[in-house]
Design a protein around this ligand. Structure first.
Ligand SMILES: CC(C)(COP(=O)(O)OP(=O)(O)OC[C@H]1O[C@@H](n2cnc3c(N)ncnc32)[C@H](O)[C@@H]1OP(=O)(O)O)[C@@H](O)C(=O)NCCC(=O)NCCS
Length: 199
């Protein structure tokens, strides 16, 4: 990994990050997965008020952008109506030819370390449990947390950056607007995708 460095993303990286994100997620095989839209999420996140530029890292090797991770703020709506702040990361992407060489681990460990140093207290994600357990993530259901629709499943995971922060009161995950646009605004996605593919 000594040949790989991390730095914050800048505007000249935007297109490369979106192309990398598309390529990385095109390799993802999940039952029921119909299309790749994580590059659209990357595009939307930078303009979202919840976006955290201080945690928007890219990995570079030999001058080439080979990895990316983005964070945004999210909330946990507690049963008493109060909201606890947390973070979500994603998309996290590594150039397909370089998967399983530690680049993803480098991006995740470094950014989690920075998030803790910046005073953030918890991170919630959905992803492959087999991968994220190594970073300390456990099922979010262990903290009584659910998805916005009340569902909970193994791929929904949480990490406390401050011991005890998530507690046991539970609550519903509330992510920033970009996630909703990405999932629900088909017309906006098609418009973006048309530009992205140049067709
Ligand atoms: C997931 C991703 C970011 C990991 O980055 P990476 O650089 O390939 O991962 P690392 O080299 O740091 O870690 C490799 C380890 O992760 C495991 N791993 C990688 N992808 C995994 C997956 N999809 N499911 C389970 N384990 C996975 C490997 O088995 C390997 O385990 P080992 O160390 O025990 O051999 C990268 O594979 C990627 O871009 N994938 C496509 C996009 C994606 O799935 N993003 C995350 C969505 S949740």
């Amino acid at each position: 990994m000594s040949d790989t460095s991390l730095r914050l993303e800048g505007p000249t990286d935007y297109e490369a990050v979106e192309r990398l994100t598309f390529a990385a997620f095109e390799t993802m095989e999940l039952p029921g997965r119909t299309h790749t839209n994580e590059h659209f999420l990357a595009h939307l996140l930078r303009d979202d008020p919840g976006f955290v530029p201080e945690l928007d890292f890219v990995a570079v090797r030999d001058g080439e952008l080979i990895g990316s991770i983005m964070y945004s703020k999210c909330g946990i709506i507690r049963p008493d109506g109060t909201v606890s702040d947390a973070l979500v990361f994603g998309p996290v992407s590594v150039k397909p030819e370089l998967h399983r060489q530690g680049v993803g681990t480098l991006l995740i460990q470094h950014s989690l370390h920075r998030a803790r140093a910046l005073g953030y207290r918890a991170v919630l994600i959905t992803g492959h449990p087999g991968y994220y357990h190594r970073f300390g993530f456990i099922p979010a259901g262990s903290f009584g947390l659910t998805m916005p629709n009340g569902a909970s499943f193994d791929a929904f995971m949480a990490l406390e950056l401050e011991d005890g922060y998530l507690g046991t009161a539970g609550g519903k995950w509330q992510w920033c607007h970009a996630f909703d646009v990405c999932e629900n605004d088909e017309a906006a996605f098609q418009k973006y995708q048309k530009d992205f593919t140049g067709q």
